[in-house]
Design a protein around this ligand. Structure first.
Ligand code: ACO
Length: 326
């Protein structure tokens, strides 16, 4: 079994910024409510001609450059997304075409906001077993297309973006030290896009009933998130043979500042150890962790051998955590 690390990272958010003040004009909300309840001030929204694969492409290019690799050197592409360009073909195949390569296996993974960590864990297996050398894992979302812009409970929360990582073999004892994944399908109703799939195909009725949009029982998701974020982080640390005192940075899923604060309290770590950018981007689902990781990396605060804990939760319900020695 080989050790696997992140050889390059990249991220991209669309240019258009949607402010809380603008949302005040759209639904019955206020900048004050959004900031105090969520910590979010702005989010980025894809242009009309941009889909998830376009955001993924921009992030992937930067990650490849950072890793010093050409697209044709990739052995596998995994895209984690809940807002694919289409039901099929997979967004990863569309991304592959945009990257100008052919023949390499490409597939999508759907684990909602935990998607990037699931993708990281899956991609790493192919390298650990010696099957592949270079794996691209992208978390990309255009959630603005799934948001009901008349529903104040959800429309203030989400944003569009993409983050990418290139995985490669690294020296023993470095890179991905452990991961922990979980799911509870019993919580599927708490957060979903009900229609448009095989269970409830598109019809006039599904459109009228707004069933193609995200619906969420926010309070329930909140409670689940607080519980699972802390315990998932601890489990991954234990699997790596480490404790909270070894942690240099936590890169949490960026859903709500209060969730992160509660999770950090449960972990017994100060907020300074959490990397936060949800104020700028809102919840970008599978993109939020890799975009945060890329921004943390580009702050140049990350040092060799730093211990990072990536931890997220999402629809499914799903959760995942990973410990990385940088
Ligand atoms: N502006 C003003 N008022 C609002 C808004 C808004 N944008 N949204 C909701 N409210 C109202 C509600 O209608 C409710 O009013 P009511 O009491 O008259 O019914 C009131 O605010 C309080 O609602 P609460 O649910 O108690 O608010 P809470 O403090 O729980 O915050 C929030 C709501 C922000 C949604 C929180 O529950 C949360 O963050 N939940 C987790 C959501 C999440 O992380 N989702 C993503 C999961 S990841 C994935 O897979 C996509």
């Amino acid at each position: 079994i080989r050790s696997v690390g992140i050889a390059g990272v990249g991220s991209y958010v669309p240019e258009r910024i949607l402010t809380n003040d603008e949302l005040e004009q759209m639904v019955d909300t206020s900048d004050e409510w959004i900031r105090t309840r969520t910590g979010i001030s702005t989010r980025h929204i894809a242009a009309e001609n941009q889909a998830t694969s376009d955001l993924a492409y921009e992030a992937a290019k930067i990650a490849l450059e950072d890793a010093g690799l050409k697209a044709e050197e990739l052995d596998l592409i995994i895209v984690a997304t809940s807002s694919p360009d289409m039901l099929f073909p997979a967004t990863s195949c569309i991304l592959q075409e945009k990257l100008g390569i052919k023949g390499k296996p490409s597939f999508d993974m759907e684990a909602a906001c935990s998607g990037f960590i699931y993708g990281l864990a899956v991609g790493a297996q192919f390298i650990a077993t010696g099957i592949y050398e270079n794996v691209l894992v992208v978390g990309a979302e255009t959630l603005s297309r799934l948001v009901d812009w008349e529903d104040r409970n959800t429309c203030v929360l989400f944003g569009d973006g993409a983050g990418a990582a290139v995985l490669r073999p690294v020296e023993k004892g470095k890179g991905l030290l452990s991961f922990y994944l979980g799911a509870d399908g019993g919580g599927g109703d708490l957060l979903k896009v009900a229609a448009g799939g095989a269970a409830l195909p598109a019809s006039c009725e599904t459109v009228e009933n707004r069933l193609h949009f995200i619906s969420m029982k926010g309070n329930e998701v909140y409670k689940f998130a607080v519980r699972v974020m802390g315990s998932a982080a601890v489990t991954a640390l234990e699997k790596a043979g480490l404790s909270k005192d070894d942690v240099s940075f936590v890169v949490p899923h960026q859903a709500n500042i209060r969730i992160v604060e509660a999770a950090m309290r449960r972990l017994g770590l100060p907020m300074e150890k959490a990397f936060i950018n949800l104020n700028k981007y809102g919840n970008m689902s599978s993109a939020s962790i890799p975009v945060a990781l890329d921004e943390l990396y580009r702050t140049q605060k990350l040092k060799e051998d730093d211990i990072l804990v990536l931890v997220g939760f999402g629809a499914g319900l799903t959760w995942g955590s990973a410990v990385i020695k940088w």
